[in-house]
Write a protein that binds this ligand. Structure first.
Ligand code: ARG
Length: 270
């Protein structure tokens, strides 16, 4: 009789212990999973992906004349990525020239700004997988005597400060006898000065200049300068989880046709 009671007592006791153990364990792993999910993609404002961009670069990022909204290929791309990684996207306009420093100073979580992946930039930030190809271009006033890079002798060339276009202009300056390189805070200002006759040509990313030329026949492209550039999304070097999530979303979007849809929306009839 005593033995039986002892047996039951022990049985109940061990059952209680097992249950307590299980409950505790599942609580713990639930918490772990939650923590993982939250800390995996840490952003400066929880739940929000703050995106730095110089928004004077159509059709990648620019202000819609009618709605004043910031729109473009990059904007659609990052909004879709945000949706897929569970973050609300907020575009934070910024100067391109200092955008990498601002990213590293935690002003935003990433930069989506038609930014070319370069070895020099890779020392300061990490880039996503490339999402589009680009070259440089030489644009002039339609009918200008400048027909190619060879005609830039003694001319003033406009570029955007801090860009690969500026680097290209500096690289060819001596060889082609360019008189002066004028650097602007944004690309649209360079085109304004080209229109006003203050400069003779603009060296800038081909797809952007092609878009501007199409909208305004005052300008024409006289040369495509092959540079084989690729744009990437930049993140701080401490944002490995964010980078992984961005790359996964990008790859998924390429697979399921979403990337193509966005591409066609902005470049479809070119
Ligand atoms: N692709 C060029 C670069 O990385 C120009 C980018 C300029 N982007 C912009 N949103 N203004 O230097």
């Amino acid at each position: 009789m005593h033995k039986k009671r002892l047996f039951y007592t022990l049985l109940i006791l061990s059952l209680v212990l097992i249950f307590a153990g299980c409950a505790g364990k599942s609580e713990k792993s639930k918490e772990e999973a939650k923590e993982n999910k939250e800390s995996k993609i840490e952003t400066i404002t929880p739940g929000v992906l703050t995106v730095g961009s110089d928004v004077a670069f159509p059709p990648f990022e620019f202000e819609d004349e009618k709605t004043q909204e910031i729109v473009g290929f990059d904007v659609d791309l990052i909004k879709e990525i945000g949706k897929r990684i569970g973050l609300q996207v907020k575009i934070q306009p910024a100067a391109f020239d200092t955008i990498i420093q601002a990213l590293n100073a935690k002003k935003f979580d990433c930069v989506v700004s038609a930014m070319t992946i370069t070895d020099e930039r890779k020392q300061q930030v990490d880039f996503s997988d490339p999402y589009i190809d680009s070259n440089q271009s030489l644009a002039v006033k339609s009918g200008s005597p400048i027909k190619s890079i060879e005609d830039l002798k003694g001319r003033i060339v406009g570029v955007q400060r801090g860009t690969t276009g500026e680097l290209k202009a500096q690289e060819i300056k001596e060889k082609y006898g360019i008189k002066e390189i004028k650097s602007y805070d944004d690309t649209l200002m360079a085109f304004e000065d080209l229109k006003a006759g203050r400069i003779d040509a603009v060296i800038n990313d081909y797809p952007v200049t092609a878009y501007l030329v199409k909208k305004d026949p005052f300008f024409e492209i006289v040369a495509e300068i092959p540079t084989g550039e690729k744009y990437g999304i930049a993140v701080r070097k401490d944002s490995k989880a964010l980078l992984e999530a961005i790359n996964k979303a990008l790859a998924d979007m390429k697979k399921d046709g979403t990337y193509e849809k966005i591409y066609k929306k902005w470049f479809g009839n070119q």
